[in-house]
Write a protein that binds this ligand. Structure first.
Ligand SMILES: NC(=O)c1ccc[n+]([C@@H]2O[C@H](COP(=O)([O-])OP(=O)(O)OC[C@H]3O[C@@H](n4cnc5c(N)ncnc54)[C@H](O)[C@@H]3O)[C@@H](O)[C@H]2O)c1
Length: 402
C-alpha cells in the first residue's frame, strides 16, 4: 500500500486536505471495488476525510488478501473480500458491506447498486447518491435509469476524461499484457494479437501489443471504431476470420460471447485467450468447456489448458475473468491516482450537493476533471501555457475572419 501511495501524489494531496477539513465527517459509505493496494489508498483517503467505510470486492479474483487484511488491521476499514471466493460468498460480502446502511456508495460494475434494488431494497431509501467506476457499470445504470428503476443519483466517474482516457487506455493496455506475460511468459514479437473491441481499453491493448512487435488485428461492430483502427494501421477483420490467425486473443468489449464455439473450433494450437472486459461473459467459457476433451487447471499460473479432440490446446487466462486483475496486479498506481482522485473529489461534491440531483446517471462536474488533470501535471513537473488576453478574446469572439 505504501508502494502504491508513492505513485499517487494527487490522491495523497487530497488525503492531506481531507484530514484537515474532514469534508465527509460521519458519512457512511459502502464501496464495492477491486480490493487492491490502490483502492486501499482511496479508502484511507475517505477515512481521513471522516467517512465510515465498508469495502467489498467487485470481482472474486481481484482481491489481494494481504491488502484486505492490512486495511482492517492497520487502518480501521471493514473489508469483506477473499481471493477466489465463490459466487455465494461474493454476494454475501456485498450484503455485509451494505449492512453499514450506506448513505453513499461506490460501485465498480453495478453489482452493489443492483443488490440495493433487489435483495437489499430495504436499504435503498437511505442511499443519497453513488459513484460508478467502470464502462460496464455505467451502461447498466443507464439501462436502469431508462427503465425508471434507478432510485437515486449515480455519478458516472468512468466518464471523466481523467479516468477513461488514461485508466481504461494506458492502465488496461499495460496491465493486460502484464497478465499475459506473468501467466504464460509468451513472446509477443512476431505474434498475431487479436483485440476484440477498439474502445478506450482496446486502443490501449492494441497500441501496446504493437509496441512489443506483435501484428495486431482488431475486431469491431462499430464502423467508426473500425475505421479508426484501420487508419491507425491495424488490420480489421471479423472474428470468424481473425480466430484462425491469432496467437493471442484479448477481449475488451463489455459484451458477451465475443469468443465462442465457432471461433474455438478454428483456433491454432497454443492460442492464448484473455479477457479484460468487466464481466466474465466475453469468452464463452461454458462452450470452451464443452468443446474440450480434457481440461488441465493451472498448467501455468492462472492458466488452464483446454485440449480439443483433435489435439489442439487453447490456454485460458484467469478463467476468462478480468485478466489484468486476476493474473496481474491491475492498473499501475500512477494511473489509478487520477481515477481515485476523481472518486474522492466526487464523493466530497456529492455530500454537499446530493439534494440537488434527481435519480439517474449524472456527469462529474468539469471542474473536478480539470482539477485532477492540473494536480497530476503539477506532480509530474509538467507546465503548460496560459491564454494571452488576445487569445482569450479571439476564442470567445465570432467576428474574426480571415
Ligand atoms: N480490465 C480493467 O481493468 C478495465 C478497466 C476499464 C474498463 N474495463 C471494462 O472493459 C470493457 C471495455 O471498456 P471501454 O471503456 O474500452 O469501453 P468502450 O465502450 O470504449 O469500448 C468497447 C468497444 O467494444 C466494441 N464492441 C462491442 N461489442 C463487440 C463485439 N461483439 N465485437 C467486437 N467489438 C465489440 C464497441 O463497439 C466499443 O468500441 C468494459 O467492460 C469496461 O467496464 C476494464
Amino acid at each position: 500500500m505504501e508502494w502504491a501511495e508513492r505513485s499517487m501524489p494527487v490522491l495523497r494531496q487530497i488525503r492531506e486536505r481531507f484530514a484537515a477539513q474532514r469534508p465527509v465527517e460521519g458519512v457512511r459509505v459502502a464501496a464495492c471495488m477491486h480490493v487492491t493496494t490502490e483502492t486501499a489508498v482511496l479508502m484511507r483517503t475517505l477515512v481521513a476525510g471522516g467517512a465510515v467505510v465498508r469495502l467489498c470486492a467487485s470481482n472474486p479474483l481481484s482481491t489481494q488478501d494481504d491488502t484486505a487484511a492490512a486495511l482492517v488491521a492497520a487502518y480501521g476499514v471493514s473489508v469483506f473480500a477473499r481471493h477466489g471466493v465463490d459466487r455465494d460468498g461474493y454476494y454475501a460480502h456485498i450484503d455485509a458491506a451494505l449492512d453499514v446502511g450506506p448513505e453513499f456508495v461506490f460501485d465498480d460494475g453495478c453489482d452493489l447498486v443492483n443488490q440495493l434494488h433487489t435483495s437489499r431494497s430495504e436499504l435503498r431509501d437511505g442511499v443519497r447518491a453513488g459513484c460508478e467506476e467502470t464502462t460496464t457499470g455505467v451502461i447498466r445504470l443507464r439501462q436502469m435509469a431508462a427503465d425508471g428503476a434507478l432510485a437515486f443519483p449515480v455519478v458516472a466517474v468512468n466518464d471523466t476524461d481523467t479516468k477513461h482516457m488514461f485508466d481504461n487506455r494506458y492502465g488496461t493496455g499495460q496491465s493486460t499484457l502484464d497478465a499475459i506475460f506473468r501467466s504464460t511468459n509468451t513472446l509477443l514479437a512476431g505474434k498475431t494479437v487479436v483485440v476484440g473491441g477498439y474502445g478506450y481499453c482496446g486502443k490501449g491493448v492494441a497500441s501496446r501489443a504493437r509496441g512489443m512487435g506483435a501484428n495486431v488485428v482488431v475486431t469491431e461492430i462499430d464502423p467508426v471504431k473500425a475505421l479508426d483502427a484501420t487508419m491507425e494501421g491495424f488490420s480489421v477483420l471479423p472474428m470468424a476470420a481473425a480466430a484462425g490467425v491469432g496467437d493471442v486473443f484479448v477481449t475488451v468489449t463489455g459484451n458477451r460471447d465475443v469468443l465462442r464455439a465457432e471461433h474455438f473450433a478454428v483456433m491454432k494450437d497454443g492460442a492464448l485467450l484473455a479477457n479484460s472486459g468487466h464481466f466474465d461473459v466475453e469468452i464463452d467459457v461454458l462452450a470452451l468447456d464443452a468443446a474440450a476433451e480434457t481440461v488441465t487447471r493451472g498448467v501455468r499460473p492462472n492458466t488452464d489448458e483446454y485440449r480439443m479432440a483433435d489435439g489442439r490446446r487453447l490456454m485460458l487466462i484467469a478463467e476468462g475473468r478480468l485478466a489484468n486483475l486476476g493474473a496481474a496486479e491491475g492498473h499501475p498506481a500512477a494511473v489509478m491516482d487520477m481515477s481515485f482522485a476523481d472518486q474522492a473529489l466526487t464523493l466530497e461534491w456529492l455530500v454537499a450537493k446530493y439534494a440537488d440531483l434527481t435519480p439517474g446517471v449524472h456527469e462529474v462536474p468539469e471542474a473536478i476533471d480539470a482539477e485532477v488533470a492540473r494536480l497530476k501535471l503539477e506532480a509530474m513537473g509538467v507546465t503548460i501555457d496560459t491564454l494571452t488576453p488576445a487569445q482569450a478574446d479571439y476564442l470567445s469572439s465570432w467576428q474574426y475572419g480571415s
